[in-house]
Design a protein around this ligand. Structure first.
Ligand code: C2O
Ligand code: CU
Ligand code: CU
Length: 518
């Protein structure tokens, strides 16, 4: 029998799992807005809306040919001036945070060679990508650090799936236009890896979307929203048990439910300000936070609201107006805002109604003169056929907290159907091209993400899907003590993939499992 990785690493065994019973630390309970604990910065923080918004640069391919585009990214330690006058060490794709944006036309094969000059192994996952299993970034498919010996989990060594110090990821990207993102996905250490800066956008474009006439070029803004905390010297604070990030996974007591920062960054800038024309803009929101949820609202509100046109898996069937948008970790909302509806000079603040004080603010737009604008929002955006769920298999997946105990310790953990992650355990073996209903059940806030295939939300607690559940999702925002049904069609590739909670501290503390498409 293969050695279970968890037993090897921790020497602990799971002895109990119970929903919300006797949890010995501060958690966001039912009614709260995020599950996690805030980490206070130890440095004076900048005035909101004093620093200009930056847009991550678009990466140029090393070469392009008839078949596709080839990119190269080096992951390395670098410094960034995030707080004015201080330097912050980050882990960056090509040394920047966020990483460079990759843009791909639908169906153009994209290969990305990753080279790792960081002090730890990493794993690269393209979130939302319809990717063959060997390129998806399975949590032990490491990019090993150049010229360094590092300890590795026994499972990786046994499975022999170790590359040298670079790894080529091949992405077919034969999928509808949408906002994807790539990020670190290392077994047990995704939280600290992403927190230090390993996240970037990957945009897929196609003819269908181009034909709509949506705002584009400088009027399309990618906005990666996340929270961080800073130490006196400007370095990033993170409550890792093992600051080397090499041996012991997890966070110190109190943070097991999730790490919340007290500085909001958009594209790596604290509470930035952006000048916009009096015209329509396409804002592509990504919540790349480890654990924080946001309730986005523009103040003053635009008369037409925020018009959602897309989500994780691409365009909605038709535009959907919102006053507020709740966005959980890893989710994307693609919205149009008509700034021409404001008087020139108006300051429009993007707020977070789930936050208080500074955390109630995200960024500001300063509206300029009205300009010519031939963009449109068509009444029909795309066609979404509801998946046919007549007579299909239904599986129940329970996302609950639990404990790992041994003689002298008792550690909090997060489990799926009572099990911690192990590469050897598959919670489901769906047949290729089959549709299944998964009933997801939660105890706390759990943003549940499934690799490979997007899904449709069928119901929440026996009621119809919520206002943020429309379209093709790859991450659903499960709230405390909630149950939701989703429909998934498992197609594209056979093989082993993962699904997990995208609260990265929950993920690192084992709330992850496998499904094998057969
Ligand atoms: Cu965004 Cu499995 O990850
Ligand atoms: Cu993913
Ligand atoms: Cu969770």
């Amino acid at each position: 029998m293969p050695v279970s990785r968890r037993q090897f690493i921790t020497g602990l065994a799971v002895t109990g799992a119970a929903a919300g019973i006797g949890i010995p630390f501060a958690l966001g309970a039912a009614g709260s807005t995020s599950t996690g604990l805030a980490l206070a910065s130890r440095v004076p923080l900048p005035e909101p809306f004093s620093l200009p918004l930056r847009i991550p640069p678009v990466l140029e391919p090393m070469r392009s040919d008839g078949e596709g585009d080839h990119y190269e990214i080096t992951q390395r330690v670098a410094t960034a001036e995030i707080l004015p006058g201080l330097t912050t060490a980050i882990w960056g794709y090509n040394g920047i945070f966020p990483g460079p944006t990759i843009e791909t036309r639908r169906g153009r094969e994209t290969t990305v060679t990753h080279i790792n000059e960081l002090p730890v192994p990493t794993v690269v996952h393209l979130h939302g990508g319809r990717t063959p299993p060997e390129h998806d970034g399975y949590p032990v498919d490491f990019v090993l650090p150049v010229g360094r010996e590092v300890p590795l989990p026994v499972y990786a060594i046994e499975s022999g799936d170790l590359s040298q110090d670079q790894r080529v990821h091949r992405y077919p990207l034969d999928q509808p236009a949408t906002t994807l993102w790539y990020h670190d996905h290392r077994l047990d250490f995704t939280g600290p890896g992403v927190w230090k800066g390993l996240a970037g956008f990957h945009i897929v474009r196609d003819d269908e979307e181009d034909a709509l006439g949506l705002p584009s070029g400088p009027r399309e803004l990618l906005l990666m929203i996340l929270d961080r905390s800073f130490d006196v010297d400007g370095s990033l604070l993170y409550p890792a048990i093992d600051p080397t990030g090499l041996v012991d996974a997890g966070v110190t007591k109190g943070f097991e439910a999730g790490v919340l920062g007290d500085v909001t960054l958009v594209n790596g800038v604290p509470w930035p300000v952006a000048n916009v024309d009096g015209a329509r803009y396409r804002l592509r929101f990504l919540n790349a936070s480890n654990a924080r949820r946001y309730d986005l609202r523009l103040d003053p509100p635009p008369p037409d609201g925020m018009v959602q046109i897309g989500t994780d898996g691409g365009l909605l069937a038709q535009p959907l107006r919102h006053n507020n948008i709740e966005i959980a970790p890893a989710q994307r909302f693609d919205v149009i805002v008509d700034f021409s509806a404001y008087q020139p000079g108006t300051e429009v603040t993007l707020r977070n109604d789930f936050g208080r004080g500074r955390m109630g603010q995200i960024m500001r737009f300063v509206v300029g003169a009205r300009v010519e604008d031939d963009s449109r929002i068509p009444e029909k955006l795309t066609t979404i056929e509801p998946l046919d769920t007549m007579g299909v298999i239904t599986r129940t997946m329970k996302f609950f907290s639990g404990h790992l105990t041994s003689n002298n310790s008792d550690r909090h953990t997060w489990l799926i159907n009572g099990e911690p992650f192990s590469p050897d355990v598959a919670a489901a073996r769906p047949a290729l091209d089959s549709v299944e209903i998964w009933r997801l059940v939660s105890d706390f806030h759990h943003p549940i993400h499934i690799h490979l295939n997007p899904f449709q939300v069928l119901s929440r607690g026996g009621r119809p899907p919520g206002p943020y559940d429309m379209g093709w999702k790859d991450t659903i925002d499960l709230r405390p003590f909630e149950q939701a049904e989703i429909a998934v069609r498992f197609d594209g590739f056979k093989g082993r993939y993962i699904f997990h909670c995208h609260n990265l501290e929950h993920e690192d503390m084992a709330m992850m499992s496998n499904f094998v498409v057969t």
